[in-house]
Design a protein around this ligand. Structure first.
Ligand SMILES: [Zn+2]
Length: 504
């Protein structure tokens, strides 16, 4: 009986043999797998064994001729062992699966998917459907973008206006149109249709959090501030620098970066932020809260007497210092509730605690024209990072297909490009412990339905799942070999009524 030990690099060398594509077609491919010869009935008894020496999410899977063993140190590893077994069973032939031995553990601890429900709202059943798909590919962080300029999606006790005004827009940008500027310039591109109110109750949130937890997925809520907060300011104009700008009490109708932001010089506005974060900390049990921090235009802060007074009193040196001040405030608030703070990387450009985590989209300047540093620079300062460069991880970018029914924000990010994603690119060896992982981002300005969402996510998230779990040697990845497995997974998805774009 031939025992063939296949490490991940060897798997790439064996691409022509296509071991995985022909037999198990696993995504993400395990760190080590050996086919031990023979077959096993696919419904053979599964025995679970505890082995405390295995890493938290790691597992060993042995398929013998009449029984299956899953070894893990705890529930998470056991879960991932079962996920792998389910994929093997999905490829069973005549009710039989190949005998094999797998030793596996993830390279990165943050393997995320972001869903933006501010721009478009999909609802509880859609979110559960997405979580179910994520779990099958071993993603473990659901980054939930719940608030932005165009909509506020959670009902915070004590702030009823957030839902009354923030969860509904009087109209939106027409389907398949681009509008970002606002005012008369884009007036012809609005559809005249009321959108919402759409939001989640506390009961909904708890249901989704529990559904995710059962699949070993932590929900990371994002309350984007002090910019990208226009929907909340429409509800409470008094927390903006110039309340008269919010007189319509309507969230921002077009896309793009808004000038009106939180008045960081107003103590009542800071109390409001604390109130929202306090609620988020109570409802979401995870250890991380995302506070956005991106694209904070300085226009209003420059003109606002309260903001200028704060800058002077606290000796912040200018508007950049004011952002660092509010970041540090939120950081302190969240730390007092036992949470770590994460935000888009520009939010750590100033002087903020090193334990604040950055989420890096790799832009040198963000869309508000603010300077950002390279990820290696943040890591050098001691910040942990989650990598999601827009050119490799933004799933609202085009797929490079000849025919595509979906509408995209622009740029082209084919499957092969996603598969080239290296979260550690440009990070010196001695700083790589700061790279927590990465994620795929579903921004939804141009995504209206669940079916479009899935088409944009898959198959590209197969590639992200494998990069983040297995981290195959970036220099030796074999896209053709991966594609063969991805094609099989696409076939299975479609059979399960999940939308998935063609590979090419
Ligand atoms: Zn102000």
């Amino acid at each position: 009986m031939n025992v063939r030990l296949v490490s991940i690099s060897a798997a790439i060398a064996l691409a022509a043999v296509c071991v995985y594509a022909d037999t198990t077609a696993l995504i993400p491919v395990p760190q080590e797998m050996s086919l031990t010869g023979g077959t096993c009935p696919k419904n053979a008894l599964v025995r679970y064994e505890r082995n405390s020496s295995l890493p938290e999410e790691g597992y060993e899977l042995v398929v013998g001729e009449d029984c299956v063993i899953i070894r893990a140190s705890g529930k998470a590893g056991e879960f991932y062992g079962r996920v792998t077994l389910d994929q093997i069973k999905a490829g069973a032939k005549n009710g039989l699966i190949p005998c094999l031995s797998i030793k596996d553990a993830p390279r990165f601890r943050w393997r995320g998917i972001l869903l933006d429900e501010s721009r478009h709202f999909f609802g509880k059943e859609a979110v559960k459907r997405l979580l179910g798909q994520m779990a099958k590919y071993k993603f473990n962080r659901f980054h939930w973008h719940l608030t932005d300029d165009q909509g506020w999606r959670i009902d915070v006790p004590g702030y009823p206006e957030l839902i009354k005004y923030g969860a509904v827009r009087s109209q939106s940008v027409k389907r398949n149109e681009k509008a970002t500027k606002g005012g008369q310039e884009d007036a012809g591109k609005l559809n005249g249709e009321k959108y919402g109110p759409y939001f989640y109750t506390e009961e909904d949130l708890k249901e989704i959090i529990a559904y995710a937890a059962a699949r070993h997925i932590q929900v990371v809520p994002e309350i984007d501030l002090p910019g990208h907060l226009y929907a909340a300011l429409a509800a409470y104009p008094e927390y903006a620098c110039f309340p008269e700008n919010l007189a319509r009490r309507d969230p921002r109708l077009v896309w793009g970066v808004e000038r009106d932001v939180l008045c960081a010089g107003n103590d009542d506005a800071i109390k409001f932020v604390d109130g929202v974060l306090d609620y988020v900390c109570r409802v979401f049990p995870g250890d991380v809260v995302h506070i956005g921090g991106d694209e904070v235009r300085r226009d209003r802060w420059k003109e606002c007497p309260k903001c200028q007074s704060r800058i002077k009193k606290e000796r912040l040196g200018g508007e950049d210092g004011l952002q660092a001040w509010i970041t540090s405030h939120c950081y302190g608030f969240l730390a007092s509730r036992g949470k770590r703070t994460i935000g888009w990387d520009g939010y750590i450009a100033g002087k903020v605690p090193a334990a604040a985590i950055g989420m890096s989209s790799h832009a040198v300047k963000d869309d508000a024209g603010l300077k950002q540093f390279a990820p290696a620079e943040y890591a050098k300062r001691g910040h942990d990072l989650v990598m999601c460069p827009s050119s490799l991880c933004y799933l609202d970018h085009g797929q490079g297909l000849r025919e595509d029914p979906c509408f995209y924000i622009g740029h082209t990010m084919p499957l092969s490009k996603c598969y080239s994603f290296d979260p550690c690119a440009g990070i010196p060896e001695n700083l790589r412990q700061h790279i927590l992982g990465g994620q795929g981002n579903n921004w939804t300005e141009y995504t209206w339905s669940v079916s479009e969402l899935e088409w944009k996510m898959w198959p590209r998230s197969f590639a992200l799942a494998e990069v983040l779990w297995t981290y195959p040697d970036p220099a030796r990845r074999d896209f053709a070999e991966f594609s063969a497995r991805a094609a099989e997974h696409r076939r299975r998805m479609i059979a399960n009524h999940i939308n998935c774009a063609p590979l090419k």
